[in-house]
Design a binder for this molecule. Structure first.
Ligand SMILES: Cc1cc2nc3c(=O)[nH]c(=O)nc-3n(C[C@H](O)[C@H](O)[C@H](O)COP(=O)(O)OP(=O)(O)OC[C@H]3O[C@@H](n4cnc5c(N)ncnc54)[C@H](O)[C@@H]3O)c2cc1C
Length: 356
């Protein structure tokens, strides 16, 4: 594919051929595959399929020198030289311009079922996640977390009804497979485990129409938030999955201490949560003063929990000043050295990730 193709178009085309393109960021209807490659986009199906980089076999790249080269190719194995494909993936457009991408497609599973499980409060929902992932004996394709405020924002934005819209939080759990009976067993196991962990009910979306409606709500949260609370700062922290409950608790404490509103949603099954601080009615001066403090505290807590400051959105400019808190000087030097080796005149996305 060429880099400007919208990811959702690739998904649809693969589907028509009974295949799956496994990358599925929530921005699939608007983001391009080139952007996904540059950011190593994650999304909703990382537990089963992995992030974008898992699907990239080869890349045609225009180097800053103007030379055109091809890294990798239509092959599963390649140790002839260095793994430039996966150096390019996630490099945020700082090393070269991707002009063609060779992607891996997989056979499409015959059956998919999504469960929607409301919980009375955030803590109960998030505490259920590690057990669902490790204790049920089933690895779901997706396990998404939405706190009550985010789901209500999406409902109001899309003007839709949602079961238990006043619940404290919801989980979406999706399983897929080729045997109807096996998929049934899996979702029953997960549904029972989700209810045992405090879920109020498990709604089953076992046809495309209901599943699409569910995912539409989930995928609209970021846009809904932008419409309803335009002044906010969405973070993208990622921790070992077992530490997700602690991450949410500590984020709530930080928001409270700094007088900020907060919502949280995201890819709980792979430990990646979009903790989002919202200005709300806070005077601008206080927001400007308190937000950087809250972000620094969030990143410190994340690091202490064994996590990283960005799971899928990248460092860019926004998080550049915090990179040194998670990678040591030796690694920062390597990043600068690689950037210089590719782009000695610093013409591609200068100022992103690191300063030279
Ligand atoms: C509503 C919403 C939901 C989102 N959900 C997710 C999610 O679930 N998971 C996730 O990972 N992200 C998500 N994102 C973030 C974003 O969509 C992703 O990072 C996506 O991969 C960016 O693609 P884009 O086409 O929008 O890229 P852009 O924003 O246009 O570009 C991103 C970066 O890639 C570089 N770039 C773009 N094309 C190329 C190229 N051909 N060669 C080299 N560099 C290039 C650009 O210079 C830029 O630095 C979401 C964003 C929104 C708005």
């Amino acid at each position: 594919v060429e880099p400007g193709v919208i990811t959702g178009e690739i998904q649809k085309l693969a589907d028509r051929h009974n295949l799956v393109y496994g990358g599925d960021p929530c921005s699939s209807e608007s983001s391009s595959i080139g952007g996904n490659v540059a950011e190593n986009a994650g999304g909703n199906k990382v537990m089963k399929y992995g992030p974008t980089g898992y699907h990239v076999y080869g890349l045609e790249v225009v180097l800053p020198s103007g030379e055109v080269t091809y890294f990798g190719g239509k092959r599963l194995k390649d140790v002839s030289g260095l793994d430039f494909v996966h150096l390019m993936v996630g490099s945020e457009g700082t090393l070269g311009i991707v002009t063609k991408i060779t992607l891996r497609l997989l056979p499409k599973p015959k059956y998919s079922v999504a469960l929607l499980v409301p919980y009375p409060d955030i803590d109960t929902a998030i505490a259920a996640v590690p057990g669902l992932m490790s204790g049920s004996g089933v690895v779901p394709t997706s396990l998404e977390f939405m706190d009550g405020s985010s789901i209500r924002a999406a409902c109001s934005f899309l003007n839709i009804e949602f079961p238990y819209a006043d619940a404290g939080a919801h989980l979406i759990i999706e399983v897929e497979g080729n045997s109807k009976d096996a998929v049934f067993d899996d979702y029953v196991k997960l549904g029972e485990a989700a209810i045992e962990a405090g879920g109020l009910e498990a709604f089953v979306a076992d046809n495309r129409n209901t599943r699409d409606k569910l995912w539409k709500a989930r995928k609209s949260i970021a846009e809904a938030l932008a419409a309803i609370s335009p002044v906010h700062s969405m973070e993208d922290v990622s921790v070992p999955m077992a530490n997700i409950p602690k991450l949410i608790k500590r984020s709530e404490e930080i928001a409270k201490k700094r007088g900020l509103e907060m919502i949280a949603f995201g890819h709980a099954g792979d430990g990646n949560v979009h903790v989002t601080f919202i200005k709300g009615d806070l005077p601008q001066e206080e927001w400007d003063r308190n937000l950087p403090l809250a972000e620094k505290e969030l990143f410190d807590e994340t690091t202490e929990l064994g996590g990283c400051i960005s799971g899928e959105h990248g460092i860019g400019i926004k998080r550049k000043k915090y990179l040194a808190s998670i990678v040591d000087e030796a690694q920062l030097d390597l990043i600068r050295g690689i950037k210089k080796a590719f782009d000695r005149n610093n013409i591609l996305n200068p100022g992103k990730i690191v300063d030279l």
